[in-house]
Write a new protein. Structure first.
Length: 124
């Protein structure tokens, strides 16, 4: 192999670097979060509902506060896919995602959206 071909081959084997976000507020301020290359900035999801899925939850103050907080901050809002993943959510499909908060995994019912839009009133 010539030096030119070797350089091209090694450049082709280098994995693209992941983009990172720096957390701007909250307890983990200043920390970096990696975002997968597949997490597209032009793909939007509206969070229709946050719920525990089929998990059996204890009815206590902590669980209720965390669920209430997740509902207030996610339900009805439209987010970019990469924003949800930067916050720690994992998108399973166009209609389901998972978010870990308070030591519990919460299910996000999603709906693909064309773009950023105003908050949809959450269904009770």
């Amino acid at each position: 192999m010539s030096a030119d071909n070797t350089a091209k081959a090694s450049a082709a084997n280098v994995a693209p670097s992941n983009e990172s976000y720096i957390v701007a507020e909250g307890k983990k301020r200043g920390a970096t979060r990696d975002v997968r290359p597949e997490a597209r900035h032009d793909k939007f999801y509206t969070v229709l509902r946050v719920h525990p899925g089929d998990a059996i939850l204890t009815d206590n103050w902590h669980t209720n506060e965390v669920l209430d907080h997740a509902k207030k901050n996610f339900e009805g809002y439209t987010f970019q896919m990469r924003t949800l993943e930067a916050w720690g959510a994992s998108i399973e499909s166009d209609h389901r995602g998972y978010y870990t908060a308070g030591g519990r995994i919460w299910v996000l019912d999603l709906e693909p959206a064309a773009g950023k839009k105003p908050r949809v009133a959450p269904k009770n």
